[in-house]
Ligand binder design. Structure first.
Ligand SMILES: [Zn+2]
Length: 168
């Protein structure tokens, strides 16, 4: 945005806040050009949709875990769950999850955006339930070439699934 790099964007009271790396060269009331880094946007879409897919799958695998938070940033991506799952079941869960991810990525499954963009936007992967979300996503799972489960660990009352993902 103008001379600044945008690091994060968030809805805030009907406005859209852009968090930038520097205020140098920006002033209130100024008009600035925008450019989208399409490769970075695509990578973030892949990571974000992957996080939703992991959340839906882990809930379906019936280990008693419910997704409560996601942090889809490339390099530190993770999905966090709450529930009573025992650490002794995590190796099995990682194998089941990796297998199901591989199966789903090989199918022509759509990622649909539903609702109103300002009030009720949600995304739906295939037959998984729609999840409220305002971020950028792939349009189909075919735009993700691989998702790798890096670790499953308990951190306090949460279970954290760390992952990375590759665009085609
Ligand atoms: Zn989301």
């Amino acid at each position: 945005m103008g001379p600044a790099r945008v690091l994060h964007v968030a809805h805030h009271g009907g406005m859209v806040d852009h968090f930038v790396d520097s205020l140098a060269g920006l002033s209130v009331g100024g008009t600035y050009g925008f450019a989208v880094d399409s490769a970075w946007r695509k990578l973030n879409s892949v990571y974000h949709s992957s996080g939703h897919l992991i959340a839906g799958l882990v809930e379906n695998l019936q280990h008693g875990l419910t997704a409560v938070a996601g942090h889809p940033w490339p390099g530190e991506a993770r999905v966090e769950f709450e529930g009573q799952a025992e650490a002794s079941s995590f190796d099995g869960l990682a194998i089941e999850l990796s297998t199901r991810l591989g199966e789903l990525l090989s199918k022509p499954i759509e990622v649909k955006v539903t609702g109103d963009p300002y009030s009720s936007r949600a995304i739906q992967i295939g037959d998984f339930p729609p999840i409220p979300c305002g971020r950028t996503h792939v349009r189909a799972l075919s735009e993700i070439s691989a998702i790798r489960v890096l670790s499953i660990k308990r951190k306090g009352n949460r279970v954290r699934v760390a992952y990375d993902a590759l665009p085609p």
